[in-house]
Design a protein around this ligand. Structure first.
Ligand code: CP
Length: 340
């Protein structure tokens, strides 16, 4: 008999029930304890995970690879440019072949308009679990680590916790929509009171916002929106100041047809919002015990000041990054193992 988790794809938490996710968190906390005790937990002995990165990564790549080693298996760290993907080999053929050789496939593909579709195409054909390491719509592993960190610092019943997900200025790159979209879909399912702040030029995808409202209604959480960052951080117990590009303004086909033009327009709009930063002044507007969270990498002194991110009384960013390991291991152990 197989468990309900065996061979399950993990592309968005929205495909998993709250009961399923509760099991994931229990597993992650258990694995975190076993890791701290130095207790072996080789639940995926001799199993192979194939990881395909179309983009750079520090936390995701290393949490998955270290996680597979600690679980007794091995992760292949692949990049699309080193594979026949670069000569046009299809997602279908890649998925079928890799799933005949191993036990899990994970991919990061954040190209706007095609990343999530690529993951879903792999999932349709793979005979093993397919995991999203971030795409243009979702970043499911980040969402799990964020919520685990909230549980650690605010308790396992965080209903009513006031969390502000705020757009912030950045120059490193136009960051995907996937982190805030995952957060607004997931947090209200656990009863959190989520406020989203962004300049009008930088909306999230409307279909995701509509689904997040339904999730909030079903989960007892709240979801509200504002274009005023000061207003959004007032009384907040957690602030997550993070850039996302202005992709949400464009329909996918419009963007794909005029990519260069859209990017130019996004850059021009970005330049108007340098004051969207989480600094000491804004931290004072928040709850007196406010916590900072950020998926990292942060654009320091653009999204958040050094003074705030390095303040150990406020910043949870390193706990959040570490929890990427424990949540990654939980998903891999449940989906790649789990035979009864
Ligand atoms: N938060 C996150 O996904 O980090 P990386 O891009 O380094 O994997």
């Amino acid at each position: 008999m197989n468990s309900i988790f065996h061979n399950r794809h993990f592309i968005t938490e929205d495909d998993w029930s709250k009961n399923d996710l509760d099991t994931v968190f229990e597993t992650a906390f258990d694995l975190k304890k076993r890791f701290a005790l130095g207790e072996p937990h080789r639940l995926l002995r001799d199993k192979t995970l194939f990881m395909i990165f179309f983009e750079q990564s520090t936390r995701t790549r290393n949490s998955m690879e270290a996680g597979m080693t600690q679980l007794g298996g091995h992760a292949h760290d692949l990049t699309a440019d080193k594979m026949q993907i670069s000569h046009g080999e299809s997602a279908k053929d890649t998925a079928i072949i890799l799933s005949r050789m191993g036990h899990g496939i994970a991919a990061r593909n954040c190209f706007y308009g095609s990343g999530n579709a690529y993951l879903n195409e792999m999932a349709r054909h793979a005979k093993c679990p397919v995991m999203s390491l971030q795409d243009d719509v979702y970043h499911p592993f980040q969402g799990l680590a964020d919520l685990m960190t909230i549980f650690e610092h605010f308790g396992r019943d965080p209903r009513g916790l006031k969390v502000t997900v705020s757009w912030a200025y950045a120059e490193s790159h136009a960051k995907p929509l996937s982190v805030p979209q995952t957060q607004i879909l997931l947090f209200p399912r656990y009863g959190l009171d989520v406020t989203v702040a962004h300049p009008p030029d930088f909306p999230l995808n409307q279909a995701i916002v509509d689904k997040a409202r339904l999730n909030a209604k079903a989960g007892g959480g709240k979801l509200s929106f504002t274009h005023d960052m000061d207003e959004a951080v007032k009384g907040a117990q957690v602030v997550i100041p993070k850039n996302w590009g202005g992709f949400g303004r464009y329909a996918v086909d419009e963007y794909l047809k005029n990519e260069a033009e859209c990017k130019k327009e996004m850059a021009a709009r970005l330049a108007k919002h340098k004051d969207w930063i989480f600094d000491r002044r804004r931290a004072r507007l928040a709850d007196r015990d406010v916590k900072l969270m950020h998926a990292l990498p942060a654009d320091r002194n653009r999204e958040v000041t050094d003074e705030v991110i390095d303040d150990e009384a406020i910043s949870l960013v390193y706990d959040e990054a570490e929890n990427r390991l424990h949540t990654a291991k939980a998903i891999m152990a449940l989906t790649m193992g789990g035979r009864g």
